[in-house]
Design a protein around this ligand. Structure first.
Ligand code: AMP
Ligand code: ZN
Length: 567
């Protein structure tokens, strides 16, 4: 009963109320028309055919003719009568069978269904909701991030101002979705922001600034804002963002570090205190073709090789693993040890040239990165980038057959393919490989599902916007206890579980029990970091442990060794 009343109440609000008035006016017009026809019917019948009918019979005849029912029990027998009956039928078809249903659908049914759908995604979160992540703005990055939250059983809600997207997302992913604008106070209150664990702002820079201000006006819930233009970082902080992520700049840097074909520089992914987790390309180092045992990286630099990436696949290193030209090594160690590594890998060769196909924000960031090295590069884009005053690109569609050939891509060492369209990126990967079999191709995947296709097309490294963005966001909410390296592998820090103090790593049986390997032991007060500790190293509560493992292994660890609530 209550729901019927609330549905009826819809027709008395706002636009629906105006439309209702319109409908009543139209009905009044129809009644008037029927009365006029009925009167004319009676007059014609009396004067043409000498038959007298009551007004009720006149209305009955008009309605049966207008609705095309025409029972045939009352009919004219004169030409004028036929003409009148035809006129009544035609106007009935137009006014009753065409205009009325069309008006009902467009003015009532469609807006009513839309309103219902809108309300389906407008419900306030339950009163007891807390510890949830509120994500403003749904794109491949936040979608990938939310999939990770789901896998880790962290509650979250996505907010979007696009009704169709809200419906699709809820249907296809089962995510909790709220339809609304972040500037609506009612929406913010309904999201229970004050009880939330984290707010992620992933809209345009001005909208993100608004979100920061609106959240700050209510509570202290941390806000992580993805910033489009790195120059807006300060503004966003002023508005109250606890963390700002210039994602496109980071992606540009990721692409650029992987593209340089010259001497090798490590790219720091993250830090745990003084311990750095970094990547370094094998290409250009003296280690190409050697096994890890032969390379003696640990003995020469103190760094631990904790993983190897080969064309997007991650593996844990073994002594006999051969270092391929296309590999990336994942390293753990201190700044000094990384410096020692960079020294060992030598100077950059004088001749180098990198193509950057796509001069949007990400391509521009990659260009800035190469500028600093300095590595010469050629930019190609269909249009001028209005946000960049530092670079002069070659203007043209990179997919046109001659352009890359004319620019002599065959002489380049590397190419960064970074347009906003994945099929264009696949095409450019194929074409670059065709024109220059030895070129180092670093391609950007705008959607995670296209990563494999880019590798198949011949890319050496694929950087997925969604994966990188989601990893950074995950780090933000995990308070840096975990780094997601790639989809199935992460690094996480834990204090020594009780009961293991004084045991050696071998005796602790941590690896056989959980599957996780210890990457490093990090002192929780003062002392030296021990990277890749030997099995006979003694465990102590003074050292936290840094593990590498899959999310499932991490969960096993936490199940076997639950952490005290305070940590
Ligand atoms: P962003 O997503 O901000 O990195 O921008 C992507 C850039 O790729 C834009 O500047 C586009 O103009 C550019 N772009 C897209 N398709 C092509 C193409 N076929 N050739 C050259 N540039 C392209
Ligand atoms: Zn630029």
């Amino acid at each position: 009963m209550k729901s019927i009343a609330s549905e009826l109440a819809y027709f008395l609000r706002g636009r629906a109320r105006q439309n209702l008035k319109l409908l009543l006016t139209y009905c009044a017009f129809l009644i008037g028309l029927i009365l006029i026809y009925a009167t004319i019917f009676r007059v014609l019948m009396l004067h043409l055919e000498g038959r007298e009918f009551t007004m009720i019979a006149g209305i009955y005849w008009t309605i049966t003719v207008m609705t095309t029912l025409g029972f045939g029990d009352i009919t004219f027998h004169t030409d004028l009568g036929y003409i009148f009956a035809t006129l009544v039928t035609v106007s009935g078809v137009i006014f009753l069978l065409i205009i009325l249903p069309f008006g009902m659908v467009s003015l009532f049914i469609a807006p009513w269904i839309e309103d219902r759908l809108r309300h389906a995604h407008r419900r306030d979160l339950p009163e007891d909701t807390s510890g949830h992540v509120v994500v403003f703005g749904v794109d491949p990055v936040t979608q990938s991030f939310m999939r990770r939250l789901k896998a880790r059983h962290i509650p979250f809600v996505a907010v979007t101002g696009d009704l169709q997207q809200a419906q699709l997302l809820a249907e296809e992913t089962g995510f909790k979705v709220v339809y609304g604008s972040p500037t609506e106070p009612k929406i913010l209150d309904g999201l229970r922001i004050a009880a939330a664990r984290q707010v992620i702002a992933n809209l345009s820079d001005p909208e993100n600034t608004n979100i920061c201000l609106a959240v700050r006006a209510r509570c202290n819930t941390p806000v992580t804002a993805i910033v489009d233009d790195p120059e807006h970082v300060g503004l966003m902080r002023l508005a109250g963002a606890s963390q700002t992520i210039p994602l496109k700049k980071i992606l540009g840097n990721y692409l650029a570090t992987r593209s340089t074909t010259c001497g090798v520089q490590a790219h720091v992914l993250d830090t745990f205190g003084a311990l750095l987790i970094a990547e370094i390309a094998v290409h250009g180092t003296p280690f190409v073709g050697q096994t890890l045992a032969q390379a003696q990286i640990r003995q020469r630099t103190g760094l631990a090789v904790i993983g190897i990436w080969n064309r997007g696949r991650f593996s844990l290193p073994q002594a006999e693993t051969i270092l391929d030209d296309k590999d990336l090594m994942l390293l753990a160690g201190t700044r000094q040890q990384l410096d020692a590594m960079e020294e060992l890998t030598g100077e950059q060769p004088a001749e180098d040239l990198v193509f950057i196909l796509g001069h949007g924000r990400i391509g521009c960031a990659a260009a800035h990165f190469l500028d600093k090295r300095p590595v010469p590069f050629i930019l190609v884009d269909r249009e001028i980038n209005p946000n960049c005053e530092d670079h002069i690109p070659v203007i043209g569609d990179a997919t046109t057959p001659q352009i890359l050939r004319q620019l002599r891509v065959n002489e380049a060492r590397g190419v960064i393919i970074t347009t906003n369209d994945d099929s264009t990126n696949v095409f450019l990967t194929l074409n670059s490989r065709h024109l220059n079999p030895n070129i180092r191709i670093v391609a950007r995947a705008n959607h995670e599902e296209n990563v494999e296709q880019l590798y198949s097309a011949g890319a050496d490294f694929v950087v997925s916007n969604a994966s990188v963005g989601a990893s950074i966001l995950s780090n933000a909410i995990e308070r840096k206890e975990t780094i997601f390296l790639t989809e199935g592998i992460g690094i996480f820090l834990r204090p020594l579980p009780p009961g293991l103090d004084g045991k050696t790593i071998l005796e602790s049986r941590l690896r056989p029990q959980t599957g996780c390997s210890i990457v490093a032991m990090i002192p929780n007060e003062r002392g030296h970091i021990i990277v890749s500790p030997a099995p006979e190293t003694t465990l102590t509560t003074k050292m936290d442990l840094l593990f590498i493992g899959t999310p499932a292994q991490e969960e096993t660890f936490d199940r076997l060794y639950p952490r005290p609530a305070s940590s």
